[in-house]
Design a protein around this ligand. Structure first.
Ligand SMILES: Cc1cc2nc3c(=O)[nH]c(=O)nc-3n(C[C@H](O)[C@H](O)[C@H](O)COP(=O)(O)O)c2cc1C
Length: 178
């Protein structure tokens, strides 16, 4: 897909098919994250965990249901994969900015592969300090110095990936200064 078309075709998908995402496609998407800009080149400050099957994503969703007490919570909406971006410096805004740059690259790479995608932030951050945090970290096999910051859900969907004619956002103010 041409870049401007891909940007316009990306949208949040909240209904995924129960169809696994091929490992090669996940590898392509993860690779896109590595091309993201990163503050002060602190690449070693970031870590990616790939829940690469429906079963692994389901384990995450079960933890979220336990944590929220909401038996219907489904933060990944049945996606076939969830890629979690973690950082060593969660107290610094730049770490979230770094994670977001990686996530946007992965959202676009998924769109280019005609896979649905969703930025999943809330459920990841609500794990921090919760009773389920240890189990969550164990599920990710996450090295101790990293804190999960955000994630992207990826999977097959019924979307046709036609570029939107107009952005959903018609509200953000823009002014040009010369
Ligand atoms: C930083 C950030 C956090 C988000 N967190 C969530 C989330 O936790 N759950 C969710 O369903 N969508 C989440 N979204 C998706 C937004 O709701 C979505 O991007 C927005 O409504 C615009 O719609 P679009 O992505 O289809 O253009 C998040 C998006 C961003 C950029």
């Amino acid at each position: 897909m041409e870049l401007t078309e891909c940007i316009a075709a990306r949208k949040s998908v909240r209904e995924f098919k129960r169809k696994p995402v091929e490992k090669e496609k996940l590898q392509q998407i993860v690779r896109a994250a590595l091309f993201a800009p990163t503050g002060m080149h602190l690449y070693e400050s970031l870590h990616l965990s790939v829940l690469a099957s429906h079963e692994a994503v389901d384990r995450f969703s079960a933890l979220v249901r336990e944590q929220t007490g909401d038996a219907r919570a489904d933060p990944a909406h049945g996606a076939g994969a969830l890629i979690i971006v973690s950082g060593k410096r969660p107290e610094l805004p730049v770490e979230y900015a770094n994670a977001a740059c990686m996530i946007e690259n992965m959202l676009l790479a998924a769109t280019d592969l005609k896979l649905g995608s969703l930025y999943v932030h809330g459920a990841i951050n609500s794990m921090r300090g919760s009773e389920q945090e240890t189990a969550f970290r164990a599920l990710l096999n996450l090295p101790a110095e990293f804190t999960p910051l955000g994630s992207v859900a990826i999977g097959y969907c019924t979307d046709d990936f036609r570029p939107r004619k107009q952005p959903k956002n018609a509200e953000t103010g823009i002014n040009f200064i010369y």
